[in-house]
Write a protein that binds this ligand. Structure first.
Ligand code: XIL
Length: 360
């Protein structure tokens, strides 16, 4: 009940500036007193029926008080954008660099935020010592196991969950020929989950990937992998759908992806949400109010579809960073974009309100 009252007040404060009017009496205009704007300190996560997260960048957290303030206020789940990737944590064979990851884990603990680990194994973000690693398959296996178990053990009991393997499949559903698959064979993925589970039996283990909303071949491959894990009793608890998506995506595809994930019976995490408005890569484009509304519609549809996932399976939704200026999209896409619910000054965009509406 409280949350709807707050939402109402928030709506009042959004629109009160527009309601100021005067009445005409005896040729003059008598100003009608406008009720004071109620400034309510709202938090996105308090409106949502499931955890609401953001991926965070370490230097922004440390050096930008506006950024860390928004993270603390609006979100109750945290993913580390880069600081737990292999290259960041394990820059040379005998050296682990824990400083940044530890900082964020300590932040999450001090502020009561759930922390999701990303990612133990990926085809990208490899340090050169791994790229150049020349051991035989036994040495590769030892190195893989040791990395996973060293990292998971360090944060045992502090992280709720891990993306164990990220982006194992190509878009056509075939197995990506990563350095890991080449050296260890395709079933190394099952051992990654087993190693992680041994190191922290309480951590929820996710398979994370992108493209569920546009590739039914990839969805099917992920579904088959999950079924084979279940049949072989390989520990897996969740499916992460990155959802780096665009305003051009259809609602039908969004719903199909979310329904497919829900049908696995595993926990479902929309793990890296952002919605591009310039996926045609137009240079020099400006962000208009109409684009902001289209983007808000897409956010609303995604959250609304996610809200139909059975409660016990809702791990939550995580946006991939916080404000438009922090997003990885412009440099990855090679063209400007504004994919997140906060603008470059951390002001709420229409997408913010749409997320709340989608969660109702
Ligand atoms: C991206 C980060 O946002 C960038 O800062 C980094 O340079 C590259 O990786 N899928 C994933 C994420 O699983 O780890 C990626 O993050 C975005 C795509």
């Amino acid at each position: 009940m409280k949350k709807y009252t707050i939402y109402f007040l928030l709506t009042v404060s959004f629109f009160s500036a527009c309601t100021k009017k005067g009445v005409t009496a005896g040729g003059g205009t008598i100003p009608v007193p406008v009720p004071p704007v109620v400034v309510v300190d709202t938090n996105l996560y308090q409106f949502m029926p499931f955890p609401m997260g953001a991926a965070v960048g370490i230097s922004l957290m440390k050096n930008n008080a506006k950024y860390s303030g928004v993270v603390t206020k609006e979100f109750n789940s945290i993913t580390v954008e880069n600081a737990m990737k292999f290259a960041a944590l394990h820059p040379s064979e005998t050296v682990y660099n824990w400083v940044d990851a530890d900082y964020l884990v300590a932040y999450a603990q001090a502020n009561g935020k759930r922390m999701h680990g990303h990612t133990l194994n990926w085809y990208a973000s490899q340090p050169t010592w791994v790229t150049n690693y020349s051991g035989d398959s036994v040495a590769w296996e030892k190195m893989l196991k040791s990395h996973i178990q060293t990292v998971v053990s360090r944060y045992k009991g502090k992280l709720a969950s891990w993306d164990v393997v990220n982006e194992y499949f190509n878009d056509d559903g075939t197995v990506r020929q990563s350095i890991w698959v080449k050296n260890l064979g395709p079933d190394y993925i099952a051992r990654c989950f087993q190693y992680a589970h041994e190191a922290d039996p309480d951590a929820l283990l996710f398979y994370n990937d992108y493209g569920h909303e546009y590739s039914s071949a990839k969805r099917t491959a992920i579904g088959n992998l999950i079924n084979s894990f279940k049949a072989r009793k390989i520990p897996i608890h969740g499916i992460g759908m990155q959802f780096h998506t665009t305003t051009l995506q259809t609602e039908a595809n969004i719903i199909a992806a979310i329904n497919f994930a829900a049908a696995t019976g595993l926990k479902v995490h929309i793990s890296e949400l952002d919605v591009r408005v310039n996926s045609n890569k137009v240079q020099g484009i400006v962000f208009t109010a109409a684009m902001a509304e289209q983007q808000a519609d897409r956010y609303r549809q995604i959250v609304k579809a996610y809200n139909t996932v059975p409660k016990a399976q809702q791990f939550g939704i995580t946006t991939w960073n916080v404000g438009d200026a922090d997003s990885w999209v412009p440099s990855w896409q090679g063209a400007p974009d504004w994919p997140l619910p906060f603008d470059a000054n951390y002001l709420r965009k229409p997408a913010y309100k749409a997320i709340i509406e989608g969660g109702k």
